[in-house]
Design a protein around this ligand. Sequence first.
Ligand code: SF4
Ligand code: SF4
Ligand code: SF4
Length: 293
Amino acid sequence: MQPTDRSVHARGGVITQANPERVTVRTRLPAGVISLSQLRGLGEIAERFGADQIHLTTRQTIEIPHLDPDRVEELARDLEANGTPIGAERHEVVNIVACPGTDRCKYSNVETIGLARELDQRFFGKDLPVKLRISIAGCPNCCNNALLSEIGIIGRIRPVRTPGLCTGCGTCVQYCREQAVTIKNGVCHLNEDKCSLCGMCIHSCPFSLIKEEDRHYLVLVGGMSGRHPSVGRELIRVETPEKVVGIVDQVIYWVYRKSRANRLLGEQLDELKFDELKEKIKNEFEDRAPQDP
Ligand code: SF4
Ligand code: SF4
Ligand code: SF4
């Protein structure tokens, strides 16, 4: 009889349960998007391996719980063939999360799902000293906690009041959740200090007096959820998804070279000299205005 191959158990997506006789297997689903045939296939696989339920995780993946550890190798092959391979959970780049973005959400300022897939292809499962979560939100509403991830990416737009006859109707005021728009002397005023760059006021004006400018991705590093939640620090803002991918590449390399195990990335930012990383990234990736040299 062949000995049971346990190498697959070293993968982060195979999770020991409270009952050591059983394991849960987590899948890899960038942006939480799964085709109908893959979903059907996943159900059939779960049933074939004795599970009577699946579990949806907070990071947009699907888990199959209460599995026989001796059958995980066989299960891994079936999951791979289904296009929903074993995922990640340990000190590595785990499932890339994204909100629907411009694919579906009327508030989104940027495309998110294609970017999540690109990041997944390049970085998923990369071994690191710390767990690294990447979350992409199409706007500052941050429905998926992008602010609390090791790398958060948020789509933003700057509203600009253009010349024209403002009636002072106040529609834009009602749309703004930050009290950044006020009516003074019968016309609208934008307060940049309060504005979160969500862009919601831009489409509200019946006379199209508020235009968009500076559509960009804000990249943050070192957010933490869990016991001591904390918002990530702003690294840079850039205009293209290609630049976002290049920046994530550099951040992951920096984490790989410098971070220490057994602590969250957000707890070590000062020791790791985050400001030096920020300066380096700025020099390499900062968008230049057309008139800049
Ligand atoms: S974060 Fe913004 S763009 Fe994404 S789903 Fe929420 S409201 Fe829509
Ligand atoms: S972009 Fe958002 S926060 Fe800024 S003024 Fe418009 S609605 Fe308010
Ligand atoms: S919605 Fe347009 S017209 Fe009405 S107050 Fe705002 S800018 Fe002026």
